[in-house]
Every structure is written in structure tokens, then in C-alpha cells.
Design a protein around this ligand. Structure first.
Ligand code: TRP
Length: 333
């Protein structure tokens, strides 16, 4: 008998356009993961409304992200690709798990503290219970691994705590998942302020996945480096954050090691290096942009993909939800 594949799940919020940090971080590793694991990927649209969204823009971005996912190599025949709000079990399990999550532990989430400081006029309950929705997203599918960035590690930890607490009361209902942090290229920094992570909220330092080649090249030419007199291309994040970020991006885009990159640009200064990084990125992103545009022109296909995805996801999610409902004592409907 064939050994069952391990299950992996990840979600991404359609709250902005995908950028190079998303791609060189988690996304790029996903196509190889679908060969190795049973993969569930979803667009976390329920999560986005913790901050106000423009409805038409949210719809547009959700579809565009789905297309980009497929363009990045997530073949919908080989993995389950769906939209979170299409699978009601996510919201349903969230209610149950809200009752097994402590006010104190949610108050300690760093992202809640940051986001409520930034959205002082809209500190809604959803922002507070967001990690419970994320725990539900995960636990419904009993995954072994959850690939997330550093910033989401705390949410995977609280998910584990909630699962252990629930299992402690009712027996082994949930598999307790492991976070899976990709190493190389996991933390791409802004091109304009290399001390902070690349983010769509700082568009000058951010390279979007669907951006035009000339705009990408312009951003790399303007990338902040340093005033080191040797102008030496070297990976040393503490001393040279800007250059190290470019080394990291170039290495990730070309598959070279940091040492290879240092050797390749030895003695050449930043003037040659910056456009070379830009061109490498343009080449990595070109097929993704072209494929995304092609898919977005075929709405019927995309609809068929997300409907089929929701159906497959609902099957597994429904199984877990029924088990939970039974354990807590709800009468079967
Ligand atoms: N909260 C994650 C983010 O903002 C997205 C997300 C939602 C997620 N549910 C998830 C990631 C479940 C992994 C697993 O990036």
C-alpha cells in the first residue's frame, strides 16, 4: 500500500497585490510542495474584512490572486485551491473555538497590538479573534504542516495551543500542526527602506508580481544601498542591509548561493549590480504576469476552479466540523 502523503495547508489574504516578498518567500516553494504533500491553498477573504475593504476591489483582487496562484504553478488538478468564504465550516468552527480561546492569550498577540495601534478608530472584535479564525482554517484540514512567514508564527503557536486544549478535553480531535518556515529568501526587505520588510504599504520599495518590467527595473536602479567606500557586493545584513537584501533577491531569483553572487560581482560596485538584480527579477516574473493575464481573460475557467476547490475543501472540512459538533454535544441535524 502507498503511504499517505502528509497534508499541508496555507492561506493568503487577498488584501493587496502579491509582491516579490510573497513570491520569493512562501509562494515560490509551493509548486514543489504539491508534488510532495496533499496541499490545501486558500484565499483568506474572511480575514481581510477586519479592516475596511472596498467591495469591488476585494472581488477583483480575490480573482486576480487566484489567477496568480495558478500562474505561479499551483495546478488546480494537483492541489485544492479555494476561497475561504465559500467553505462555511471556517466560520462555523471559529465560533466553537472562540469558546476555547482565552481573552488573555488573544490580548498578547503582537499582530493584534500592532494592528489596533494602526487602526485606532476600528478596533473591532474580528481583529481580536482573527487568530481563532486562522486556527479554524488550519484545524479543519488536519494538516501536518503550515508554511508561514515569521510574522505568522505566533498565530500557528496559538493554533497549537487551542488544538491541544480542545484535544485535552475531548480526545484526539485535531492534529496539532507544525509551522514550516522556508529558509532561503524568506524575508525580503523593502528596496527603499531595507530595515523593514517589503510591503505593499510602501509601494516605492515594493515590487509587485504583475508590475511592468520597466517599473521593476526603475525600482531596482533606485534601490537603497549604502555609502560603504568599497561599494562591495557582500551579504552582511547587520552592516549592509540594502545590499544584503539585493544579494538575497538575486540569489533567490537565479538559484545561486550568496557566495556565488559575491564572486560574480566582485569589484564591480553597485552600478552594475542593481540593474542585474532588476533584470533577474523581471525574468522570473515575466511568465507569471503573462499567464495571470491570460487566465484573467477566462473567467469561466477560474469560476470552475474555485467551485471545484470549494467542493473538495468542504468535504474534509465538513468531516472535522461534524466531529467537533458531536464532541461538544450538539445534536446531529
Ligand atoms: N493570517 C495569514 C496572513 O495574514 C493568512 C492566513 C489566514 C493563513 N489563515 C491561514 C495562513 C491559515 C496559514 C494558515 O498572512
Amino acid at each position: 500500500m502507498m503511504e499517505a502523503k502528509k497534508v499541508m495547508l496555507s492561506g493568503i489574504q487577498p488584501s493587496g497585490e502579491l509582491h516579490l516578498g510573497n513570491y520569493l518567500g512562501p509562494l515560490r516553494h509551493w509548486p514543489s510542495m504539491i508534488e510532495e504533500f496533499d496541499c490545501y491553498f486558500f484565499l483568506a477573504d474572511l480575514h481581510t474584512i477586519t479592516v475596511r475593504q472596498d467591495p469591488a476591489a476585494l472581488r477583483r483582487r480575490t480573482l486576480s490572486l487566484l489567477a496568480s496562484y495558478i500562474a505561479c504553478g499551483l495546478d488546480p488538478e494537483k492541489c485544492v485551491l479555494f476561497i475561504q468564504s465559500h467553505v462555511p465550516a471556517h466560520s462555523q468552527l471559529t465560533w466553537v473555538l472562540n469558546c476555547y480561546t482565552m481573552f488573555g492569550e488573544l490580548s498578547r498577540m503582537t499582530q493584534f497590538k500592532d494592528k489596533s495601534a494602526r487602526n485606532a478608530d476600528n478596533i473591532n472584535a474580528g481583529l481580536f479573534t482573527y487568530p481563532v479564525l486562522m486556527a479554524s482554517d488550519i484545524l479543519l484540514y488536519q494538516p501536518d504542516f503550515v508554511p508561514v512567514g515569521e510574522d505568522q508564527k505566533q498565530h500557528v503557536e496559538i493554533c497549537r495551543d487551542i488544538a491541544n486544549r480542545f484535544n485535552g478535553v475531548y480526545g484526539d480531535v485535531f492534529k496539532v500542526p507544525e509551522p514550516y518556515i522556508a529558509r532561503v529568501g524568506a524575508r525580503i526587505m523593502s528596496l527603499s527602506t531595507p530595515e523593514s520588510k517589503m510591503s505593499k504599504s510602501q509601494p516605492e520599495g515594493c515590487v509587485f508580481l504583475l508590475e511592468k518590467p520597466e517599473d521593476i527595473l526603475r525600482k531596482f536602479k533606485r534601490a537603497v544601498t549604502d555609502s560603504d567606500t568599497e561599494r562591495c557586493v557582500r551579504y552582511a545584513p547587520a552592516e549592509k542591509p540594502g545590499v544584503s537584501n539585493l544579494v538575497q533577491i538575486y540569489a533567490a531569483a537565479t538559484g545561486k548561493t550568496y557566495e556565488d553572487v559575491e564572486r560574480e560581482f566582485d569589484g564591480q560596485g553597485y552600478g552594475k549590480f542593481k540593474p542585474a538584480v532588476g533584470e533577474a527579477v523581471v525574468e522570473v516574473l515575466r511568465p507569471i504576469r503573462e499567464k495571470t493575464e491570460q487566465l484573467l481573460a477566462d473567467k469561466a475557467y477560474l469560476e470552475q476552479v474555485y467551485r471545484a476547490g470549494a467542493e473538495r475543501a468542504s468535504y474534509l472540512a465538513g468531516k472535522t466540523l461534524r466531529k467537533v459538533y458531536k464532541k461538544v454535544g450538539f445534536l446531529p441535524g
